[in-house]
Ligand binder design. Structure first.
Ligand code: ZN
Length: 259
């Protein structure tokens, strides 16, 4: 049976460990020591490292891990430009439409390119589970460092169309802070109020607030609710002209940057 555990790393990152009784893969190991401890204490064999994108807090542990475990590193190998160095650790390049077969876990991931946080950000999708790095967070979304806000909006819309029961494994524990913003956007949304309480209970018990589900995100995440009347009302009260869903999304992302 497959188990998925969160390994806390750095300030507020999660390295996701997907494993059975004998084998494991790691998603976005930003730090080597906690990942290694997880693997060693359980006597697991590391099979592969999966990268969603090239930010240091997602790849910072790879060199040390590969010094111990000689495993492939999957991800999108950015060609590199003057401006962008790319991800130097990738051994196996993945692109939109690829299928990654992990024999030891009996697991296949479909690869989705979801630009907008970085231009070469990818997600790993299997039935019922999505590893989406820094694009979709609990009740929030990533910042727009590269590419356009329209790309980020499109990427989020694409994830929102996944089956409702798909579990969302984001790479940071940001849910509580994001929910404070969500509540400011939609003070009358009872699903947000319920999620604030549920998140508080999980965090007080030392548990991650993740994974969430696509259904939960659609009900509470303002960035997936740009067409909701409550969000629109709040923004209009702040002087937003009616500029359609992308206009609402842009205003939300701007507001969140300074919230
Ligand atoms: Zn990032």
């Amino acid at each position: 049976m497959l188990t998925i555990d969160a390994i806390p790393a750095l300030q507020d990152n999660y390295i996701w460990a997907i494993h059975n009784d004998t084998h494991a893969v790691l998603v976005d190991p930003g730090e080597a020591a906690p990942a290694r401890e997880f693997i060693e204490t359980r006597g697991l064999k590391l099979e592969a490292i999966l990268c969603t994108h090239r930010h240091h807090d997602h790849i910072g542990g790879i060199v040390k891990l590969r010094g111990v475990y000689n495993v492939p590193v999957y991800g999108r190998r950015h060609p590199g430009t003057q401006r962008i160095a790319g991800n130097p650790h990738i051994t196996d390049d993945l692109r939109e439409g690829d299928r990654l077969h992990l024999e030891a876990l009996g697991l296949d991931f479909d690869i989705l390119e979801i630009p907008g946080h970085l231009e070469d950000h990818i997600a790993y999708l299997a039935p019922g589970m999505l590893f989406c790095g820094d694009v979709l967070f609990g009740a929030g979304c990533g910042r727009n460092f590269e590419g356009t806000l329209a790309q980020l909006h499109d990427s989020l819309q694409r994830l929102a169309r996944l089956p409702d029961d798909t579990r969302v494994y984001s790479a940071h524990e940001y849910t509580a802070a994001n929910l404070r913003f969500a509540l400011a956007c939609e003070p009358d949304n009872p699903a947000i109020q319920q999620r604030i309480e549920a998140t508080r209970q999980l965090r007080d018990a030392g548990q991650p607030s993740l994974p969430s589900t696509i259904a939960q995100e659609k009900a509470t995440n303002p960035f997936l609710r740009c067409d909701s009347e409550g969000v629109l009302r709040t923004l209009q009260a702040q002087g937003l002209a009616d500029t359609g869903e992308l206009g609402v999304f842009t205003a939300l992302r701007e507001w969140r940057n300074h919230f």
